[in-house]
Design a protein around this ligand. Sequence first.
Ligand code: AMP
Ligand code: MG
Length: 494
Amino acid sequence: MSSPSFRLTRSFAERLPAYFVAGEPMLVRSPRLLQFNARLAEELGLPVEEMDPDRLARVFSGQEMLPGAHPGAQAYAGHQFGHFVPQLGDGRALLLGEAVDGDGRSRDIALKGSGRTRFSRGGDGKAAIGPVLREYLVGEAMHALGIPTTRALAAVATGETVMRSEPLPGAMLTRVAASHLRVGSFEYYAAQGKFEHVAELADFAIARHDPELAKEEDRYLRFFQAVADRQAKLVAQWMLTGFIHGVMNTDNMTISGETIDYGPCAFMEAYNPDAVFSSIDTMGRYAYRNQPKIAAWNLARLAETLLRLMDPEDPQRAVEPATKVLEEFLPRYEDLYRAGLRKKLGLNPGPDSDQEEDVLASEWLELLRTNQIDYTLAFRSLTDAAQDNSAALEQLFSAPGEIQSWLERWRSRVSRQPAAEVAESLRAVNPVYVPRNHLVEEALHAASNADDLAPFERLLKVLERPFEEQPGCDHYAKPAPREFTATYETFCGT
Ligand code: AMP
Ligand code: MG
């Protein structure tokens, strides 16, 4: 419940002035509420109960401020597709402040698409309805899937036209995040050699995300370890769900371990480790299979910014322990992924599970790959297969014989536990519904071109309960027609 004394705090603005450039949201003529996340608002204790949709539209397009708000852009740098850009920053976003929940946990409230800032470079600072709703939908779906992510609080149509390759209706998103600190935030002053600011940022990040480390002598190394650990967990969850972020630049990788920036992202349908969807990723740098390696690469960039903090007298000495953390990243990721994969297959997730099960798991993936089987449907169909009904699984294969021998070996493994228990545990980890690309596009198209939010709202509702079969929702579980997938590309959400 919100209290009448609700105020956003301004810790980022107050404690990190070197990273904060105050600025005002642009004026918009006729803001209109497209979508509002009342449950999240309540969780945050925001004073919104008495606000009607018009007032919510004004507040969440920055035309009226929440109590305590102090809008400003955050500075950051970043490696984009491997190349360092010394100044990026919020070019179309403004941090309003932090909401502190009942447990003392701070969460950033920020507008995206709120107009030009000092960091806009050639950009207009705006966002279009399509990308705003995409971020809303995919972010909320990720949350429902149990994957750490920034959240969407509101989407507001601005009534302005945004010029892209064609004129588009404009919108703003209100984003909620554990913080907006990124690897690129650390790179900003590190690249300028201003390590006093890097230290301020690291201490701020520790207070926010790893407060138990605040008093430790070796806190910067341990902070780095904690970030690496969160990323290993996050990327393992992406891989297990078939999620492809699409643009894992260091400015799009958080310190909190939340997924951020749903631009050219996509969920894989037919299992293919080489899948790439982003139209700008011509080299496949951010292909599905590369995500763990890229996370490690990004963490190396973070480590470089922290060496002087780890050992101010002799940063060279910090290289060895930092490298050790880095070297442990991929094995740590592998363990998490392997355990998660076992769980998705109803196999013993423990580390002492035997080799035969690992063979079973990799053969399964290889069968999906060579037969181009839908990743989500295949895992879900195991629920029935565990209870002696393998029709759904067999139907996925054009030659059902392909899966028989595997199925027999798998059954003999999982039958060591009661079938109903296996089915239940499979159901809990293998979703029926993920945001399928063609359905997302359909929903965004209707909202953007025909001002029709009904498809968006129906899809959002289904995706809020991804592990439960919902009556009448079969088509939300089905993959796109092949023609669609063959030509599908996502574009940067600009
Ligand atoms: P993104 O692709 O959203 O991660 O953004 C990368 C960088 O480009 C960030 O510094 C953004 O603030 C900036 N940017 C993206 N779109 C715009 C825009 N329309 N106007 C100004 N800056 C933008
Ligand atoms: Mg970004």
